[in-house]
Structures are given as structure tokens and as C-alpha cells.
Ligand binder design. Structure first.
Ligand code: AMP
Length: 460
């Protein structure tokens, strides 16, 4: 498998559009008590009943986080008021700061694995953001100078006045106790509460001056991994809206592919808003070659495509048979070349029968993906290609055999002749150092090794 990784590392990859700064706060009972006392238990309780969907003032945050702590459920709530950032910064000391956003995570992973060349593009690049990209000679950010495309390390390309997206992650532990008026609350499960920045100033697009150079970037790379569309808002105060940004996103993909058949992978993330989710699927999926998502995301996608019953079944029962069926529908309706689904217990590829790779090769690609994720889960981060070996020591999850059995059953029941469908059990780390970015790591490992195998066959 190391050989396959070595082949993948010869590739040059492009990735866009989302990177942010993740700041992490480890919450304790005292901090929470302080917040409740400051705003008054009664006021907090009242706001909890109103259940604000987004954070517009500090008490919205306090209400939602107390609610999350009470139930122990991890949740993400958007912060729309940019001015509140000062409030957060004055109240909390951030214990850890690291890169977030799929494009950011993927760029650092590829660079640390010593891929030939990693070109990362984010429309905004403030200094603090640029500093989070690893300092490796294979890491590049595209800029236009004197009418030419120039590749520089992000730290040499940042723009002083660019906005910065900071997501604030509040990690909480089971057993933490505090009082809300005369009620004593004990946190039932460990988890995290994410305050995600959704500001007007943060957009997902390619700056006009760079746009004409996308075909050249396409020529210089072997594959593209695009993500971040979940950050598009339905409308902005300057009149631009989701339709505008998706039209531009379509143009970007076509421009990347103009000079050669560059393979494009879209890394899908949960999009809560149904309208946006549907638009992303219908606008972009037909233009791309490969999609990666997890089990709940495929359920969301199927529900948007008009299969609510199947979606509901996947949500409720997590049966392999339903996921296979959903996957078949998706690659047929959108005519994808390859669909990759990751779940906690297995990884799956679904392609059409005429895919150049054999089932054995497709399985190898998934093996590489789960090994890479296991390495990251064990170490917290992947800093060099050698770290991959750590993943090889991680055992397959205990449901592995059961998964294979269920899959064989599903294959007998469903029509699968027009497809290649493969599944492998995941290597699962018992006490992961971190679970952030594992899905992105799986998709990166899967897509790049898929490309390497295509190249081995002369199909890339
Ligand atoms: P996502 O839901 O996109 O964040 O992806 C998470 C994926 O990471 C899961 O589907 C698993 O395949 C993988 N994963 C989660 N936890 C672990 C773990 N402890 N060790 C190895 N892989 C994991």
C-alpha cells in the first residue's frame, strides 16, 4: 500500500475554496456558571425557550450552549454578527488554534504527505490565515502578477485587509456540572459546540483577476478537490445571491477542465438549508467526476433529490442495502464517475460498470483511505508520509466481518450488474486524539489514490 501512496504523491493537486481558523476552548463548569450569572438564569432560560437559530447577540450564544450542554448533543450554530467577535475574544482564552475548512485541511494534509505540488485557493487570505498553512516547499497559492500566474507560498501572498473566518469550537466533557437558577445541570455526553462564522464578508468564489488563469491551473495539476459550497448564503445585502455564486462556481469547474479532462472531486458537507443543498447538487454534481460524503449526507442528498422514504430509512436504520441503493440512484441521476461514501464502520465506492479500475483496485484505494484516516486519528495530525505507517498498525473494526456479510447479501438482492460496488471495513482507532478532518482525510486518500491507479493504467 505504501507503493500506492508513493505513486499518489507524484501527483499535483489543486484545492479550493474554504479555509478558516479553528479556535478551541475546553469548557469547564466555572466558565459556564460565569456566563449564566452574568446574564441571569431567568433571561437565559427564556432565550433557551425561544431557541435562536443563529447568534445575533451574546445571550443567544449562552442560551444555545447551555441547551447543548444539557442534552450533550454536538451542534453548530452560525454567528452572523461580525461585531460579536470582540465579545468572544474578550471572554475566552483559546486553548488551541489550528487550520479548519476542508480546503485548508486537505491542502496541509497533501503538503505534509509530500505531494509533488499543492495549489490551494481561498478567496480570502488574511495574514493569520496564511500563517496556518504548513511551511513546505510544495505548498502554493496562486496570484496574478504583471498579467501572469505566479505560485507563491500563502505566507508570501496574503492580503492585509482580507476578512478572516474564525470558527470557535467549545469542547465539553461529560460530567461537567453547573447551575441554571435552582436547576443543577450535569452534562450527559462529551461533545462540541461550534460557533461558525457566517459573515457577509466571507464569500465562496474565485476573484475575477485569477479566473482567466484557471485553465492554466488545470493544466498544471492532475486533479482538483473542491469544497466549501455549504458556506454560500441564499442572499447577501449587496444583491448577490446563491444563484450568482453557483453560476460562477460552474464556470470555475468548466475553466479548470478547459485545457484537459481534469478530474474534479467535490467534497460534500452537510447543508442544513434544503434549498441551498438542492441547488448545490443540481448545479454542480453534473459537472464533476467524483463526490465524497458520509452516510448522513447521502441521506440528505436523497431527500433533496425526491427520495424521502429511502433517506428516512438511511437515517433511521443505517442499513448497507439502503446506502447501496441510494448510491446507485445518485451516480445514475448525476452521471458521476465515482461516488465514495464513508461511514464509521465501512467505506464504499460505487462506479458504473465501465470504470477503468477493477474491483480489486477500487478496494486498494479505499484501503489507503482508511489507513490514512486511522493514522490521523491516532496521531492527531499527519506530518510526513512516514506517519502513514501508524495507520497500518490500526486493526479493522470489530464489525468488519458483519459488514462484508451484509454487503454480499445486499448485492444478491439488488441489481448491481451495471455497476462496480466495493466495500471495505474501516480501521478504527479506539481513543482518537482528534476526529476533526477525518472525513476530509478519507476523501483525499481515496481520490488521490484513485487518480494514481488511473494513471497506472494509462487512463489519466
Ligand atoms: P465525517 O463524518 O465526514 O467527518 O467522516 C468521519 C469518518 O472518519 C467516519 O466515517 C469514519 O470512517 C472515520 N472515523 C471516525 N472516527 C474514527 C476513528 N476513531 N478512527 C478511524 N477513523 C475514524
Amino acid at each position: 500500500m505504501m507503493e500506492l501512496l508513493d505513486e499518489a504523491r507524484k501527483l499535483s493537486m489543486f484545492t479550493a475554496y474554504n479555509a478558516n481558523v479553528d479556535t478551541i476552548v475546553y469548557l469547564n463548569g466555572k466558565t459556564i456558571q460565569g456566563l449564566i450569572d452574568e446574564f441571569g438564569a431567568e433571561a437565559v432560560r427564556r432565550r433557551m425557550e425561544e431557541f435562536p437559530r443563529q447568534i445575533e447577540e451574546p445571550i443567544d450564544f449562552v442560551a444555545r450552549i447551555v441547551h447543548a450542554l444539557k442534552t450533550g448533543k454536538p451542534i453548530e450554530v452560525p454567528l452572523v454578527n461580525e461585531e460579536l467577535q470582540g465579545w468572544f475574544d474578550s471572554r475566552f482564552n483559546y486553548d488551541v488554534e489550528r487550520i479548519g475548512g476542508q480546503a485548508g485541511i486537505i491542502a496541509n494534509l497533501l503538503a505534509n504527505l509530500d505531494f509533488r505540488r499543492v495549489i490551494v485557493y481561498t478567496p480570502h487570505l488574511a495574514k493569520r490565515q496564511a500563517e496556518m498553512f504548513v511551511r513546505k516547499p510544495n505548498m502554493f497559492y496562486p496570484v496574478v502578477e504583471n498579467g501572469k500566474l505566479v505560485l507563491k507560498h500563502p505566507i508570501e501572498a496574503y492580503r492585509e485587509n482580507d476578512p478572516i473566518k474564525v470558527n470557535r469550537i467549545f469542547e465539553f466533557r461529560a460530567g461537567t456540572t453547573f447551575r441554571l437558577g435552582n436547576e443543577t445541570i450535569t452534562v450527559p455526553y462529551s461533545g462540541r459546540f461550534i460557533v461558525s462564522a457566517r459573515f457577509e464578508s466571507i464569500r465562496i468564489y474565485t476573484r475575477p483577476e485569477l479566473k482567466p488563469f484557471l485553465p492554466e491551473i488545470g493544466l498544471q495539476t492532475d486533479g482538483a478537490i473542491l469544497s466549501g459550497y455549504q458556506g454560500i448564503r441564499l442572499c447577501y445585502s449587496d444583491g448577490k445571491d446563491v444563484n450568482y455564486y453557483l453560476r460562477e462556481a460552474k464556470k470555475d469547474i468548466l475553466l479548470l477542465k478547459r485545457e484537459k479532462d481534469l478530474k474534479v472531486h467535490l467534497e460534500f458537507a452537510s447543508i442544513q438549508n434544503r434549498e441551498l443543498r438542492k441547488k448545490v447538487i443540481y448545479n454542480l454534481f453534473p459537472l464533476i467526476d467524483s463526490v465524497g460524503m458520509d452516510e448522513s449526507e447521502i441521506a440528505y442528498v436523497l431527500s433533496a433529490l425526491g427520495y424521502p422514504k429511502l433517506a428516512e430509512r438511511i437515517f433511521t436504520y443505517n442499513r448497507i442495502e439502503d446506502t447501496v441503493l441510494g448510491g446507485k440512484i445518485l451516480i445514475d441521476e448525476m452521471n458521476l464517475e465515482v461516488l465514495q461514501i464513508h461511514t464509521i464502520y465501512y467505506l464504499m465506492y460505487i462506479t458504473h460498470a465501465d470504470n477503468p479500475l477493477s474491483e480489486k483496485e477500487l478496494r486498494m484505494s479505499l484501503e489507503l483511505a482508511t489507513t490514512l484516516a486511522a493514522a490521523r486519528a491516532s496521531l492527531g495530525d499527519i506530518k510526513s508520509p512516514r506517519d502513514f505507517e501508524t495507520g497500518l498498525g490500526v486493526p479493522y473494526n470489530e464489525r468488519g466481518e458483519y459488514v462484508k456479510l451484509r454487503f454480499e447479501e445486499a448485492k444478491r438482492r439488488l441489481r448491481t450488474r451495471e455497476y462496480q460496488i466495493v466495500i471495505i471495513p474501516t480501521r478504527l482507532v479506539k481513543n482518537p486524539v482528534s476526529t476533526v478532518g477525518l472525513g476530509d482525510t478519507i476523501s483525499t486518500g481515496a481520490f488521490t489514490s484513485y487518480l494514481a491507479l488511473l494513471r497506472r493504467k494509462g487512463a489519466l
